[in-house]
Ligand binder design. Sequence first.
Ligand SMILES: [Zn+2]
Ligand SMILES: [Zn+2]
Length: 351
Amino acid sequence: MKAVVKTERGEGHVELRDVPTPELRPGWVVLDVRATGICGTDVHILHDEHPYWPPVVLGHEFTGRISRLGEGVDGWEVGTRVVCEPHQGSCNVCHLCRRGLHQLCASKRSPGWGIDGAMAPQVTMPAHLLHRVPDEVSDVAAAACEPTAIAVSAVERCRVEPGDTVLVFGPGPIGLLSAMVARACGAGEVVVVGRASSARRLEAARGLGLTVWDSGDVDVPTAAKELTRGRGVDLVLETSGSAQAIAQAVDSLRRRGRLCAIGVSGRPTLEVPWDRAMFAALDVSFSFSSSFTSWDAALQLMRSGGVQIEPLVTSFPLARWADAFRAVEERAVVKALLVPDGTADARAVES
Ligand SMILES: [Zn+2]
Ligand SMILES: [Zn+2]
């Protein structure tokens, strides 16, 4: 089968090449892939900026139908539509696994960089990581379950309380998903903050009914105070990883407000207004990867319409992976999907 493979270490070295179909192991299933999302991590692997074990098939955000069941797999049937947590290889015995935090286990080897992923017609994964996709959720939406689960995990970590005023920094896929999750969880007002250089993404945010502030035009802390009659916002979901955004977040929050970091900065250190955060007695937390519980919650939010994926997605056939990666890098799309057989059920493939 043809798969998108990172063939060796270094810049580039990604190509569509023939690889053997996956071998079935006890306790694992083989899936026919329906759609696979391209994530910022995939672009980082292309450019040698994220750990990986080549040669490896890329793709950790995917949905598929079970095509074969390994020995000893119970409770699953061929044909079932599923998504899959990427936490393969967690050890089950370390202090994190035993606390239920498999997503943070140091032994984890996720599909798409640690083991072969889903930018291919088939992928194999352990059955215990599967979640069933509700009938009302399209393949296109289900393929975005992983980033949606990331957003849900962040909200599990820092809570949204009824009526909260929430700022989301960064209008990328994780930002827009986080904004929708916060709204679905009872936020009163959700504002997405971004730059005009991400015009397509700000437009997508408006299309989802979210309030948008262009940080080039708006003085964010002042606007945040105006919005809350001088008090400051209750919660910031920071998905941009930018020092400037973090400083604005600190100055926009109310005393004892909550700052949740979801974005990676890509730098060894960041300058942040530590004392202002201290005097405001902020709760600061970091959310990384996705919890077990966030996956079913993400699927339920998609089923109920609280999270809408289709307006964010542009699909490409797998063979056009390079065009799709370029569109992601140039921010010409919000979320790009690769479709092995051109049959994903929502958006037409772009010509
Ligand atoms: Zn990802
Ligand atoms: Zn472990």
